[in-house]
Design a protein around this ligand. Structure first.
Ligand SMILES: [Zn+2]
Ligand SMILES: [Zn+2]
Length: 280
């Protein structure tokens, strides 16, 4: 299969380099296509998202890279857009008609602290534990269920092209075992969310970042969820969530192998301007 990656962060958000550096590495590795998905601006201060006034420069710089690599590598302009109910999401008017080729929709924030700041499911573990205590009364099951509820709301209300890192909240189990991923209630929440993805006809991202950053033992989502996704006929796309050019194909070979073992014959790639299946 031709390698491609549609989840990557540039120096416009919390990535390390300009778009052109990732493109150069993608071309060196013989990629068929490469997409940029810097964190979309948020309507409140945030360390890792793009500043609102940087969006036009981001789009212009990706456009410049597209021209630079024309005929050598297909490049695509995307954003990883947060869904926060009533605040922002993939259908935020700010991100329409600006020339995006696609978007990845992700839930990072689940509830707020008393001072109004959002609680991140993939932030530092101590901060996660504090939010769990202060926002969700230490009820991990409730917090995790609300996380999956938010993803389902995004799918229903503001469907993105690609659903980002579905079960990323499991990375918090790495330091303190907080919940059992084999528990009935947990699998029910994942399954209900996958059914929503299937019904909406969206593409599910298989994100390898937890593996090469050693924050998870499996991709987001993991083997069990992907087997369910396959059973439900959900198309998948393989992405690395790169924040550095050296990460653009991290764990791709192993993950492609896992997808084949699960039964996936295709992955979806954005090629020649359309999402299409290519053999994995
Ligand atoms: Zn993300
Ligand atoms: Zn990301």
């Amino acid at each position: 299969m031709p390698w491609a990656n549609y989840h990557s962060h540039t120096y416009f958000c919390d990535g390390k380099y300009p778009p052109g550096h990732y493109a150069a590495e993608a071309r060196r590795q013989g990629f068929a296509a490469y997409g940029f998905s810097s964190h979309a601006p948020l309507p409140f201060p945030c360390q890792w998202s793009m500043k609102p006034d940087a969006l036009p420069r981001y789009m212009a710089e990706v456009q410049k890279a597209k021209q630079r690599y024309q005929g050598e590598l297909q490049l695509y302009a995307g954003l990883e857009i947060d869904y926060i109910a009533g605040v922002t999401g993939p259908r935020n008017p700010l991100f329409q008609d600006i020339g995006l080729d696609y978007c990845v929709g992700s839930v990072h924030f689940v509830g707020r602290f008393a001072d109004g700041t959002g609680w991140e499911i993939d932030g530092p573990h101590e901060l996660f534990l504090r939010g769990l205590r202060e926002i969700h009364g230490n009820n991990i099951r409730r917090a995790v269920e609300v996380y999956y509820e938010q993803i389902r709301r995004m799918i229903a209300e503001e469907p993105p092209d690609v659903v980002g890192h579905l079960d990323k909240i499991k990375m918090q189990n790495r330091h303190t075992p907080l919940f059992d991923e084999n528990a009935d209630w947990y699998q029910a929440a994942v399954l209900e969310t996958l059914q929503a993805v299937a019904k909406a006809g969206l593409i599910l991202e298989v994100n390898t970042r937890g593996l090469y950053k050693k924050r998870a033992d499996e991709t987001y989502p993991g083997h069990w969820a992907l087997a369910q996704a396959h059973r439900l006929g959900i198309p998948v796309t393989l992405s690395s969530d790169a924040h550095h050019p050296r990460e653009i194909s991290g764990f791709f070979a192993q993950t492609a192998q896992m997808l084949r073992e699960i039964g996936y014959q295709n992955v979806h790639v954005l090629l020649d301007g359309t999402w299409q299946a290519v053999s994995v």
